[in-house]
Write a protein that binds this ligand. Structure first.
Ligand SMILES: [Zn+2]
Length: 450
């Protein structure tokens, strides 16, 4: 009896040890965080870490595992329920993903509206070339109390009349109808130009606040003010020759436009550079194969960059220096409050609803939005890989909020892919952040001094 009980206890302990051993040593999945979820995406991505001797299959497909255990794989989803089996020689996990059909929105119809004058009801109102909310169709940011003429509507937008052959779109909620509209034409007062330090400043003055656009052309910047006389052809244009590295901004007060084109200082000591560690606090950013969070890697790189830029004598402004939550709007405001010349946003890449390929989604890519930032993006996409050992992954345009303002040269650096096992071998190395920072500094020096 005693022996029986004893051996039963031994067996039980052995079983517990074995079971917990599998749990400790078996693979882990860090993304997705839920075992059951609903999506409209075409693919479901899985990233995780295997133990050294573990081989992984996902729905019977063998998955590449890097020497540190990192792996990533995506599964094509069909509409309805999808069961995904992740197997290793130690354990099996089952995920249930429900793919829902994306609801296609009914396109609203265009309707004529009796032409009349309305007022913009706040600052920074986007004026768009099409009635939809995408960054690339923004042609201007209007100021409060700008008088605009509307003559059509589509969905949530009014069509704005600018000149004989130029229309734009504004959100209905961004304007105020006013009953006794002042229909008297605005008149042109004067224009002046002056030089100040590294900037050329043009002022153009009217009796009312009017809509404007800025076009960044091949050699010059075209600043246009529309319909002061409420007629088809009344457009005022200022042409301003661009320096090689430049940024610009517009202010408006009581009909007086001030248009400033600045040149990036030619030495790094004279530059004010904002270093923006992406995400932070409750916003973790992308999740890596090893269970690491993007926000922490971004911060490490940002702090290294802060250090070496200061050593070079640059004035450095940080959007965060610790693990705190900060909005995109506040990051931009910090840049504007400090009159920065260059905005460097540091991120690590991930992928969304696409088929994962380990050679395609790997390495450093640099994004810009405005034409004035293309050159810096191009230089950095070459210089960072030289120091960090990453693959070059391309220079692209994207409508990210922090690089949308043209009032500085702004780029967003996706240093490497959190979800790429081969990149995870690099970004977990101790000197990775320092090397990335060196690559950024080298590119910056080339951009500034060229
Ligand atoms: Zn990010």
């Amino acid at each position: 009896m005693f022996n029986y009980r004893f051996s039963r206890r031994v067996l039980f302990i052995l079983f517990l040890l074995l079971f917990s051993g599998i749990r400790v040593f078996g693979y882990e999945i860090f993304y997705p965080s839920e075992k059951n979820y609903t999506t409209t995406y075409d693919y479901g991505l899985f990233v995780g870490k295997a133990r050294s001797s573990e081989s992984i299959t996902i729905n019977n497909e063998k998955v590449f595992v890097a020497s540190n255990g990192a792996f990533a794989h995506s599964v094509k989803l069909r509409e309805g329920d999808n069961r995904v089996f992740i197997r290793s020689n130690y354990s099996t996990k089952v995920y249930n993903i429900c793919k829902k059909k994306e609801v296609t929105k009914v396109q609203p119809e265009f309707k004529e509206v009796v032409e009349h004058v309305v007022l913009v009801n706040k600052d920074n109102v986007p004026l768009r070339s099409a009635p939809e909310d995408i960054g690339f169709n923004i042609i201007s940011y209007l100021f409060k109390d700008t008088r605009v003429i509307i003559n059509g509507e589509k969905g949530n937008y009014y069509r704005v009349f600018l000149s004989k052959d130029k229309f734009a779109w504004i959100l209905k909620s961004d304007i105020t109808e006013f009953v006794n509209a002042d229909k008297t034409p605005a008149s042109f007062i004067n224009t002046e130009s002056q030089k100040y330090k590294n900037a050329s400043i043009q002022t153009i003055s009217f009796t009312k606040n009017l809509p404007y656009t800025v076009e960044d052309g091949e050699k010059e910047i075209l600043f246009r003010v529309y319909n002061p006389e409420l007629s088809e052809n009344s457009v005022y244009t200022l042409n301003i020759l661009k320096p090689r590295n430049y940024f610009y901004n517009v202010t408006l007060k009581d009909g007086l436009y001030t248009f400033k084109v600045s040149e990036v200082p030619k030495s790094i000591e004279d530059c004010t550079i904002i270093v923006d560690a992406g995400h932070g606090g409750t916003q973790k950013g992308a999740m890596g194969c090893l269970g690491d969070e993007e926000k922490n890697i971004n911060l490490r790189i940002a702090l290294e960059l802060q250090k070496i830029l200061r050593e070079k004598g640059a004035k450095v402004v940080m959007t965060r220096e610790c693990d705190g939550t900060i909005s995109l709007k506040d990051r931009i405001q910090i840049a504007k409050d400090n009159d920065v010349d260059i905005f460097l946003s540091i991120h690590m890449n991930s992928i969304g609803n696409v088929a994962y390929e380990k050679s395609k989604y790997r390495g450093t890519s640099v994004y810009y939005f405005n034409r004035n930032s293309k050159e810096l993006a191009t230089i950095l996409e070459k210089s960072i890989p030289q120091y960090a050992g990453t693959k070059r992954n391309g220079v692209r345009t994207a409508s990210f909020a922090v690089i949308r303002p043209a009032s500085y040269v702004g780029v967003l650096i996706e240093t490497a892919y959190m979800i790429n096992p081969l990149d995870s071998l690099l970004y977990t190395q101790e000197n990775f952040a320092e090397n990335v920072a060196k690559g950024i500094l080298c590119g910056l020096e080339e951009f500034i001094q060229k």
